[in-house]
Design a protein around this ligand. Structure first.
Ligand SMILES: Cc1cc2nc3c(=O)[nH]c(=O)nc-3n(C[C@H](O)[C@H](O)[C@H](O)COP(=O)(O)OP(=O)(O)OC[C@H]3O[C@@H](n4cnc5c(N)ncnc54)[C@H](O)[C@@H]3O)c2cc1C
Length: 408
């Protein structure tokens, strides 16, 4: 760095005096907390503030081990350490979650995160942003309460981002529908059901006082997904009478869309769903919303990056931190849900392997914990394939020879 450049950079950064966070879901709330904490004038604008955003509400071990405040709080949540996986022609198998999943209602989670942002000094505004306009080096944000100006925008408006000029510019093939019911009932485990020819799955997530029962699927209409879900609920005697219905979009970027993903630009960065940052296989978005907001805030606050290079620095850090891995996930998503392996469907084989192979079960446990990368997935499968198949065969023959212990 040339002599004196440091002070020039600090001068540059002094120009970013006020940051507007558009959207107050997990991504917006974390960005607001981080920026306000550092003394930056931060205003978070959300049309609803805390609300029951359609979601399973499941937080993986990867998320809460990196952000321990997700566990260390008084907000109601369920810690779930058991799951059942089912697939057509493979039945149902029970699997312990060695690292439990935390399940929140989204109202409670959003409320807790917004509360943290406000305590850190962020100003919260409950109003819709109808338009954003570039004005010189800053922004004018139009709302029905008047215009809010800002030097920089963090775009955290979610998957239905109405601001066309900023955030991911996706096509319909880059999203999937996700819908379901909040059913007033109780259970202690998660259910995951794969369905025939569906790039997606049904889930039953137990929350405090109710279940989130839902389905996500790519390339299928909302109507058809709803019919599949209701069929599942009927079969499993889960009544949706009086249960609240929910539906939303879930980003699931195609491989080509990861390449040119519009994640940042002059004076703005998109975080969370507004940047398409969701695992295209599992649908995990909460971790990536918080992680991208955390990284965006670090770049914004870092004096080593002049304002005009911050958007590119953000894209690069996201790519290296997790987006490359999500891109690898998008390459295998379709085959994983609808492909075949050893003359059966991949989901059926997964259920059978979990039942019979401790090695494969460990791998699935890591997927549920969020710690298995796609980069290492095929390598781990290949490394373990021999052992897994041996375990499957051994288990098969032992079960034929020795009777199963009675379940009572
Ligand atoms: C049915 C379903 C189930 C899911 N289950 C899980 C799960 O179990 N685990 C998991 O990790 N992920 C799950 N996801 C994904 C997860 O919900 C999202 O990835 C996550 O909510 C993204 O957070 P965000 O802050 O980016 O966006 P959001 O949570 O969508 O927040 C966006 C905010 O922006 C506000 N907003 C939008 N436009 C404007 C505007 N113009 N002006 C003002 N405010 C605005 C909205 O009111 C909203 O509060 C699920 C998604 C769906 C649809």
């Amino acid at each position: 760095m040339p002599r004196g450049a440091g002070s020039v950079l600090r001068e540059f950064n002094k120009k970013v005096k006020k940051v507007a966070i558009l959207g107050g879901g997990p991504a917006g709330a974390i960005a607001a907390e981080r920026l306000a904490q550092s003394g930056l004038h931060t205003v978070l604008i959300d049309e609803k503030l805390a609300w029951e955003k359609p979601c399973g509400g499941g937080i993986t071990y990867k998320a809460y081990s990196q952000y321990p405040f997700l566990l260390d709080n008084d907000t109601p949540k369920r810690m779930v350490s058991e799951t059942y996986l089912s697939a057509p022609n493979a039945g149902r198998v029970k699997m312990a979650l060695t690292r439990p999943m935390a399940i929140y209602s989204r109202f409670d989670l959003n409320h807790m995160l917004l509360d943290r942002a406000e305590k850190a000094g962020a100003q919260l505004e409950k109003v819709r942003v109808s338009e954003i306009l570039r004005q010189g080096c800053g922004w004018a944000l139009r709302t029905r309460h008047g215009v809010i100006d800002a030097d920089f925008c963090v775009v955290a408006t979610g998957a239905r981002n109405p601001l066309r000029e900023v955030g991911t510019a996706w096509t319909s093939s880059d999203t999937m529908y996700a819908l379901g019911y909040y059913v007033p009932s109780n259970q202690y485990h998660i259910d995951i059901q794969f369905l025939s020819r569906l790039e997606g799955y049904v889930w039953v997530f137990p929350r405090c006082g109710h279940l989130s029962v839902g389905i996500c699927g790519k390339g299928e209409s909302a109507q058809s997904l709803r019919a599949r879900l209701e069929h599942y609920m009927r079969e499993h005697e889960i009544s949706w009478k009086g249960a609240q219905f929910y539906a939303h979009m879930l980003p699931a970027l195609e491989p080509r869309s990861w390449k040119g993903n519009r994640l940042s630009g002059d004076g703005w960065m998109a975080v969370g769903d507004a940047g398409g940052l969701v695992d295209p296989i599992t649908g995990e978005g909460l971790y990536y919303a918080m992680r991208s907001a955390d990284l965006a805030s670090q770049i914004l606050l870092d004096d080593a990056h002049a304002p005009h290079v911050k958007p590119a620095a953000y894209r690069s850090v996201i790519e290296h931190d997790f987006a490359k891995d999500l891109y690898l996930g998008s390459l295998i998503a379709r085959r994983l849900f609808t492909g075949n392996f050893l003359l059966g469907s991949v989901p059926a084989r997964m259920v059978q392997f979990v039942r019979r192979s401790p090695r494969f079960r460990e791998l699935m446990q890591d997927i549920f914990a969020g710690t298995q990368t796609y980069e290492d997935l095929s390598g781990r499968l290949l490394r373990n394939l021999n052992g897994t198949l041996q375990e499957v065969l051994m288990s098969f023959f032992f079960r034929r020879i020795l009777p199963e212990p009675s379940k009572s």
